[in-house]
Design a protein. Structure first.
Length: 461
């Protein structure tokens, strides 16, 4: 067992309880039940005065009379153990009553005392954020940062350390300007939290209304990178964002800067309905150098929208890990085929939990640039659905032929209607539905020549 630090406290009890109701033979001494005594530490030896939150602690049993009989530890936080000397970790600060009960043939005795669990050396204080950040700044986990007024923006690098909580008041958000940069360094155990000022589950009552309000979708606006590059978000949660309108749901707008990275983050409870122009994670304008990997999306209207220069692999998930039935209203990867003009030469789509969706409000055709060697590589079992903007519906145009759509005939690859729930479930959020014949145009090349591959379903051509 790797011990994290050197802390312990003494809970010693030296009195001996003698139970007359249980006697040994007349020639022997009375039967004794020894009052338990114990101390706790996270170091192989010695004692100290402070117990730290999230530290693995060894509870030492020093009861006189040896370790015979049975033991029951009650740690005061709902956890128990029957080990002689157990390990335990407190995940929240506070004062806990620890009780050790020993039982042998002569009876039962117990001892208890309070265990004070402290934080990691700081008391969280609220910092009101309202002014621009013009010099390199670090936000740490000893504070709760409350964006209670309009936040003009970042013009320098803002680094946010693991475990930090950032809350946003109604209609407020964060703008990273072209000279600024946002670096979020969360961890698995201590993600950075971006949430509503009404969300008391993180950092307690920040807006001072006790329990009068609860967080809701669209409580605050969103975070946007604008034109900035080299932003990095790792292990964070972005919750209850999306203020604006139901059609512009957004929690994070990555923008068209280069080398932006969104990894291992959770996007949940973003406002939005079935009619949307964007999504919780908006990557519609991203160049090929920007990535989203290992992220989790649930309880959003639309989880993510990408552009025609966005790689999207199979590392992201589209359900709540704690409840696989909780997905997103329109559970798909939506593709903006209009706004990203500088198409990357080669990109790969390999996500298989949900379908990619072409069409909707973004025009009626994706015209892959000819003469540039533009290619889209599909992974096995990838499904692409086509939405109807006007009738006839959306088309995919490959001016250089089917070599532009590599692995189009791979195992499990399907091109079908937005209404077809048989492949990757309900993508358009209308409940159970079947594919609609003629719902979308089809896939064509110069001529026009319409492809009739067997995995093209419900197309007009």
């Amino acid at each position: 067992m790797k011990h994290l630090t050197y802390i312990s406290f003494i809970l010693a009890f030296t009195s001996i309880l003698i139970f007359n109701s249980c006697q040994k033979a007349a020639t022997e001494e009375p039967c004794n039940v020894y009052a338990p005594a114990f101390y706790v530490s996270v170091h192989p030896s010695g004692h100290a005065d402070t117990v730290l939150v999230n530290a693995s602690m060894l509870f030492h049993n020093i009861t006189g009379g040896g370790n015979g009989g049975t033991w029951l530890w009650d740690f005061g936080d709902g956890a128990t153990s029957t080990a002689f000397e157990p390990y335990h970790t407190y995940t929240n600060v506070g004062t806990y009553t620890v009780k050790l009960t020993g039982t042998n043939a002569c009876g039962t005795a117990s001892a208890s005392n309070n265990c004070v669990v402290k934080g990691t050396g700081c008391v969280k204080e609220i910092v009101i954020v309202g002014a621009s950040i013009n010099t390199a700044t670090t936000w740490d986990s000893c504070h709760i940062y409350y964006v209670a007024t309009t936040f003009p923006g970042l013009f320098a690098t803002l680094t946010i350390e693991a475990g930090t909580i950032v809350k946003f008041g109604p209609q407020h958000g964060m703008l990273v300007n072209s000279g600024g940069r946002l670096v979020v360094n969360g961890t698995v155990a201590a993600p950075v939290i971006f949430t509503s000022s009404k969300d008391d589950s993180y950092g307690g009552d920040t807006n001072g209304d006790s329990t009068a309000t609860a967080p809701a979708k669209g409580d605050w606006q969103f975070i946007t990178f604008g034109l900035s590059s080299d932003n990095s978000l790792n292990y964070c949660k972005i919750l209850y964002a999306g203020y604006a309108s139901a059609t512009y749901e957004q929690a994070l707008v990555v923008g068209d800067g280069a080398n932006n990275s969104i990894k291992n983050c959770v996007f949940a409870h973003t406002a939005g309905g079935t009619d949307s122009k964007f999504a919780a994670l908006n990557m519609a304008w991203c160049p090929i150098s920007s990535v989203a990997q290992g992220n989790t999306f649930f309880d959003n209207g639309h989880p993510v929208i990408i552009g025609t220069s966005t790689n999207f692999d199979n590392s992201n998930i589209f359900h709540n890990p704690a409840n696989t039935a909780e997905t997103n209203l329109c559970n798909g990867i939506f593709v903006d085929c209009v706004h990203n003009q500088d198409q990357a030469t080669l990109m790969t789509w390999s996500a298989t939990e949900v379908a990619f969706v072409l069409g909707g409000w973004t025009g009626n055709m994706w015209y892959m640039d000819p003469g540039l060697g533009k290619k889209l590589v599909l992974g096995d079992n990838v499904v692409i659905k086509f939405a109807a903007y006007t009738i006839p519906g959306f088309a995919l145009y490959l001016p250089d032929g089917d070599m532009q759509l590599q692995n189009f005939d791979g195992p499990g690859v399907v091109f079908t209607s937005y209404t077809d729930d048989d492949y990757k479930g309900d993508t358009n959020g209308d409940g159970p539905s079947s594919g609609t014949p003629g719902y979308w145009e089809g896939i064509e090349t110069t001529g026009p020549i319409w492809y009739s591959w067997p995995n093209i379903l419900y197309a007009a051509h």
